[in-house]
Design a protein around this ligand. Structure first.
Ligand SMILES: CC(=O)N[C@@H](Cc1c[nH]cn1)C(=O)O
Length: 493
């Protein structure tokens, strides 16, 4: 009996030691992850604010240094200058490239991410300082936490995990990290073209983790919409703003012309009225309909999340289809309009409408530009206004769509199954990641989007966050993916 008791005590002690060890290592792991994200979020790398450009340069240096310390072959690639509206120029943040391993017998993956952020200030309505990562109930709040600093770090931690365990990386891993994503990835396309036969020559797959899940269920993303962004200016009206009491009723008002033509873009049921746009859209196949049907998505949750009682469509399939694979027109604003508090009785002399049309297969931004311009001029001419209309397309980003049968998606599904023990949703993204299509067109490589962001992370909004769960489990998922993607080689070579 004494011997049995001693054995039981020894077993209990061993169990306690193992539990204490695993707890302390997981705590250390969490602290390391947390500290890394805290340090990155603390840098106000807002690419839209020229005054923050030194912070952005610092952010790129910091990312490069992190990869250097891990033993990566790192370069900071100069991508030139940005031309500002006032004609001045400003150095673009360098693009960080890094490489871990160059074994020709292994697959090579290239991780794309960005470390610039959208603007954020307390006055916008943040509950905590946007640049001081704050942990509340398992959520890490801070600007850029989800978009895109934690996902970039999660990929870095995945490589670190192999290193910490003294395990050989199963694939060669490259990184391409930019600092201008939030303002249109200036300079990156030229860099990709220039590096096509150099940096990208041995890359098999390009991975982007710059989007989110649709629900609590992990997802793989196989498509994004593009975007054509227009300015419609009504000009050559009065030479300056006028008093509406004194001049109202005597002049043909630019704002009335503008509102009149804007109202002809889309009807109240969401039907785009510009001839040719709807006709170009690839039809919804039965297979696609079935895929949407199987996706976990709750319309009531969605309504609650955005705070509306009624949506444009009442069925899940219709809603998802209009979110991902049909075009839409959004009117964003009117420059020159009176928009302040108060009751200024002004007739604005010159107004510029900003609107955009999300692009889907098989739309072509060059064709859309002509369709929109011709249509608006026709509608405007019918008004017989003495004012002039000028239409310009300032962004023309194409949609991206991947083949979900590509082995790169099978590897993603297997990694999700391994870590989360569920089959992922295969989803599309209504927003635009212009560089995805550039990667596809320029390099010809397979692209996959592997989000780890939550559906409620508040990207670009107040109180952006990344949950601890998604950050940590997301890192495990990336570790598993590097393994799964290496198996593609074994079966197909
Ligand atoms: C991911 C994301 O939010 N992308 C932006 C990019 C964009 C498109 N047109 C202008 N900017 C988006 O709005 O989709």
């Amino acid at each position: 009996i004494i011997i049995i008791i001693i054995i039981i005590i020894i077993i209990i002690i061993i169990i306690i030691i193992i539990m204490a060890y695993s707890y302390s290592t997981s705590v250390i792991g969490i602290v390391i992850f947390y500290d890394a994200l805290r340090e990155w979020v603390a840098i106000e790398s807002d690419s839209s604010n020229v005054l923050k450009r030194p912070d952005l340069h610092h952010m790129m240096e910091k990312a490069a240094q992190k990869l250097r310390l891990m033993g990566g072959m790192v370069e900071l690639v100069d991508i030139g200058q940005q031309e500002l509206p006032d004609g001045q120029t400003l150095a673009l943040p360098k693009v960080v490239t890094a490489q871990f391993g160059s074994d020709p017998n292994k697959r090579t993956v290239c991780i794309y991410g960005h470390v610039d952020v959208q603007p954020a200030k307390m006055d916008d309505g943040w509950a905590t300082d946007p640049y001081n990562l704050t942990d509340i109930n398992g959520n890490l709040y801070g600007r850029g936490a989800s978009d895109n600093k934690a996902p970039v770090l999660a990929w870095i931690h995945a490589v670190e995990a192999y290193q910490a365990l003294h395990m050989e990386l199963p694939v060669n891993v490259k990184f391409i990290i930019e600092g201008m994503e939030e303002t249109g990835s200036n300079g990156l396309e030229d860099m990709i073209v220039a590096q096509r036969d150099i940096f990208f020559s041995d890359v098999d797959y390009i991975i982007i983790s710059d989007c989110g899940w649709l629900s609590r269920r992990p997802a793989l993303t196989y498509g994004t919409r593009g975007n054509c962004y227009f300015f419609a200016e009504v000009i050559e009206g009065p030479k300056q703003d006028l008093h509406s009491g004194v001049y109202g009723g005597t002049v043909i008002e630019p704002m009335t012309d503008l509102i009149g033509i804007l109202d002809t873009l889309i009807d109240p049921n969401g039907k785009i009225l510009i001839p040719g746009i709807r006709e170009a859209v690839a039809p919804l196949s039965d297979e696609e309909w079935k895929m949407y049907q199987d996706i976990q998505f709750d319309l009531e949750n969605y309504k609650n999340k955005i705070g509306v009682d009624q949506l444009m469509y009442n069925s899940k399939v219709d809603l998802l289809a209009h979110m991902w694979r049909y075009p839409t027109v959004s009117i964003h604003g009117i420059q020159g309009a009176f928009s302040d508090h108060g009751t200024k009785t002004v007739i604005p002399a010159k107004v510029v409408a900003k609107f955009s049309i999300r692009q889907v297969p098989n739309m072509d931004p060059a064709v859309v530009k002509k369709q929109v311009t011709d249509y608006l001029h026709l509608v405007f001419s019918k008004r017989k206004s003495p004012n002039k209309l000028k239409v310009t397309m300032v962004i023309g980003a194409k949609p991206w769509l991947a083949d979900t049968q590509d082995p790169v998606f099978e590897a993603g599904k297997a990694a999700i199954k391994r870590v989360f023990n569920v089959d992922p949703d295969l989803i599309r993204e209504g927003a635009t990641i212009p560089i995805a299509r550039t990667f596809q067109d320029v390099t010809g490589k397979s692209i996959i989007m592997m989000p780890i962001g939550g559906f409620d992370d508040g990207l670009h909004s107040q109180n952006e966050k990344m949950s601890r769960y998604n950050y940590i489990e997301g890192t495990k998922y990336f570790i598993a993916y590097l393994h799964e993607v290496s198996l593609i080689k074994k079966t197909s070579v």
